[in-house]
Design a protein around this ligand. Structure first.
Ligand code: CAA
Length: 254
């Protein structure tokens, strides 16, 4: 299948999916979320494929978040619907029958970092910057970030990253367990593919079983709390100010 906002490729038994909206720093608009769901379905059902690399096109961004230009005017219910659409895709990736490695080649912010968090393994380039800056927009992470970041790096670092909204550099991300490896930009895809080559040489049924079992460590209840809280941020005056400030390229006044 061909896509408007994705570039997909299968080489040997590894598929690569690259988000391709470089001018918008690969931000996740509705079309891109839908296309990602289709592309992942396709590779999960393709018997040739034993592992998937997910990355962003260009050198600047993996994904700079949900598309903020689609935010303004949304109600609480629409905010919740938006969160549910993201959760549906990100749960699908997390519960994939095949391993998915995020190759983080630049900014991974908001929904972009949340997308990487839904993958099984994360590898970053030395120039990557990661963060959950949603509170600057008057919202909270809405694609599973409050849950998956806490699960991965622990509550302390999750509180720091989510409450400050500050970005972390690749080396810091490695220290706190946010990413598994840091390599140069030139080595990034090779490193991700090498790791998946190893996994691909193991029993595919055992790999699927291991993914299911590891995912079972964590509870699901908090995801619904996040959806409700994300939705309730929409429509209030701080949300209006945060989103307007981003679109007008100024600092918000809360
Ligand atoms: N949505 C829509 N457009 C975005 C975007 C986003 N998340 N991030 C960047 N862009 C666009 C910019 O608007 C700009 O477009 P124009 O050229 O049309 O003005 C283009 O991409 C380039 O961006 P900048 O000019 O801002 O580039 P920069 O180098 O000065 O800054 C940046 C880079 C720090 C990543 C900055 O773009 C930025 O802060 N982006 C927003 C990050 C963010 O807040 N992400 C969270 C989104 S909310 C979310 O994801 C909610 C959720 O949990 C589901």
């Amino acid at each position: 299948m061909s896509y408007i906002n994705l570039i997909t490729e299968i080489e040997g038994n590894i598929a690569t999916i690259a988000i391709n909206r470089e001018k918008a720093l690969n931000a996740l608009n509705k079309v891109t979320l839908d296309e990602l769901y289709s592309a992942f379905s396709e590779v999960f059902n393709d018997d040739r494929v034993r592992g998937i690399v997910l990355t962003g096109q260009g050198e600047k961004a993996f994904v700079a978040g949900a598309d903020i230009k689609e935010f303004l005017g949304r109600t609480k219910e629409e905010g919740m619907d938006m969160a549910r659409a993201g959760h549906r895709l990100f749960d699908f990736i997390q519960n994939a029958p095949k391993p998915v490695v995020a190759a983080i080649n630049g900014f991974a912010l908001g929904g972009g970092l949340e997308l990487a968090l839904a993958c099984h393994i994360r590898i970053a380039s030395t120039t990557a910057k990661m963060g959950l800056p949603e509170v600057s927009l008057g919202i909270i992470p809405g694609y599973g970030g409050t849950q998956r970041l806490s699960q991965l790096v622990g509550k302390g670092f999750a509180f720091e990253m989510i409450l400050t909204g500050n970005m972390v550099e690749a080396e810091r991300a490695l220290q706190i367990g946010l990413v598994n490896h840091v390599v140069s930009g030139e080595e990034l895809l090779t490193k991700a593919k090498e790791m998946l080559d190893v996994v691909a040489s193991r029993s595919p049924k055992a790999i699927s079983a291991a993914i299911r079992a590891i995912n079972a460590v964590f509870g699901q209840k908090g995801f619904e709390v996040e959806i409700q809280e994300f939705g309730s941020c929409f429509g209030n005056s701080e949300f209006q100010e945060g989103v307007s400030a981003f679109l007008e390229k100024r600092k918000p006044k809360f």
